[in-house]
Design a protein around this ligand. Structure first.
Ligand code: NAD
Ligand code: UD1
Length: 339
């Protein structure tokens, strides 16, 4: 069994990817500092897959610990690097923390990969690198735009670090540019656990339906879109998880055409905020209390992926529906509240 390191593997996308990796026959080793996750996630993964992944609590900001970890695990064949901080607003308040946690950690991991001959890296990037593109859907050739936040900037800098490293080292990397991941594993054993008041739409919806939030605020209905609300490309987190497995296999099987490649990972469909609310109400039978408020500063009008590169080159396509994703998010919310 090939051994794959998953940094940040107890987090939202990482934990679902560990499930997908184990189902595909890989041995996984997770490192996480638990800054935005909990040890309980290990139990959830084990209940779904019947395998408890190896876990080490490690803060990747501490280089000496990263060096020591890789010395003990030089048989790793691929790395999926999720570990990072991801709150856009917080990154504006604490830029240096974001540059340390998102950039230093990547550099330390890459240095040890080079030192130990680990050649295959998958990196978590984001559609945020495109800003508001001039044409939709967005292809990978669309120009990146000046980042609107330190968080967004860390994703652009990280991609550049990977390009420069792959150019000179024995390293192959794929950046996956995620659109908007939502939902949970259908078992409701793992899911998204936002700390405090959720900033993202779907956790806010499920917490409102659960009675934890009084009402959902729809941030603007005067955008230049058919119903006036913003449009995004919401992808089921298990579809996203599976994209990591196929991207990794492309590298492990030496099928990549370039040493550095990047792919959009979305559904290719844009949905408005009102459409998400309607799909949630229809799929769950819950009535959602909401009202329209002012636009949220920094929001772009419409973003959705052209996924033809991932479809053709990776042979991957998002399979699950928005209704399925929202139903799984709701099931997870209820489970979390009742446990
Ligand atoms: P998450 O916060 O749930 O998971 C990140 C995990 O990394 C957490 O478990 C956290 O404890 C861990 N971590 C953070 N800093 C660490 C460190 N220094 N050492 C070890 N572990 C550390 O986030 P997520 O939603 O699963 O996102 C995973 C990755 O995908 C991140 O890089 C994020 O920027 C990127 N991404 C996420 C989204 C999204 O909407 N969730 C969209 C685009 C890109
Ligand atoms: C946000 C981040 C982005 C990150 C992405 C995925 C910002 C400005 N952008 O994008 O960098 O890559 O998450 O994690 O934070 N909405 C409401 N009411 C709410 C919450 C959201 O109407 O209570 C609307 C938003 O205006 C937006 C849509 O829902 O139109 C989706 O919002 P959200 O889930 O926060 O994702 P993004 O804004 O796409």
């Amino acid at each position: 069994m090939k051994k794959i390191l998953v940094t940040g593997g107890l987090g939202y996308i990482g934990s679902h990817t560990v499930v997908a990796l184990q189902k595909a026959g890989y041995e996984t080793i997770i490192v996480d500092n638990l800054s935005n996750s909990s040890l309980n996630v290990l139990g959830g993964i084990a209940r779904i897959t019947n395998v408890s992944p190896t876990f080490e609590r490690l803060d990747l900001r501490y280089k000496a610990e990263v060096v020591d970890f890789f010395k003990r695990h030089s048989d790793i064949e691929g790395v999926i690097h999720f570990a990072a901080s991801k709150a856009v607003g917080e990154s504006v308040e604490k830029p240096l923390y974001y540059y340390e946690n998102n950039i230093h950690t990547l550099v330390y991991v890459l240095q040890e990969c080079v030192a130990h001959g680990i050649e295959n890296i998958i990196f978590s990037s984001s559609c945020t690198v495109y800003g508001q593109p001039e044409t939709l859907p967005i292809t990978e050739t669309a120009p990146t735009q000046a980042a609107a936040s330190p968080y967004g900037n860390t994703k652009q800098i990280s991609e550049e670090i990977l390009i420069d490293t792959c150019a000179v080292e024995n390293m192959n990397a794929i950046s996956l540019r995620y659109f908007n991941p939502i939902g949970a594993h259908k078992s409701a054993e793992i899911g998204e656990l936002p700390i405090g008041v959720p900033q993202n739409l779907v956790p806010y919806i499920t917490q409102t339906a659960a009675g934890i939030r009084e009402k959902l605020s729809v941030f603007g209905d005067d955008y230049d879109t058919p119903d006036g609300s913003c449009i995004r490309d919401y992808i089921h987190v298990m579809d996203l998880a599976e994209a990591h497995v196929v991207a990794l296999e492309r590298l492990l099987d030496n099928k990549n055409e370039e040493k550095y490649e990047m792919f959009n990972v979305g559904t290719g469909r844009g949905s408005s905020v009102f459409e998400v609310i309607e799909a949630f109400e229809k799929g769950t039978g819950e009535n959602l209390d909401y009202s329209v408020v002012d636009r949220r500063p920094g929001d772009v009008t419409a973003v959705y992926a052209d996924t033809s590169k991932a479809n053709k080159v990776l042979g991957w396509k998002a399979r699950r529906t928005m209704e399925e994703a929202l139903a799984s998010a709701w099931k997870w919310e209820q489970k979390v509240r009742n446990s």
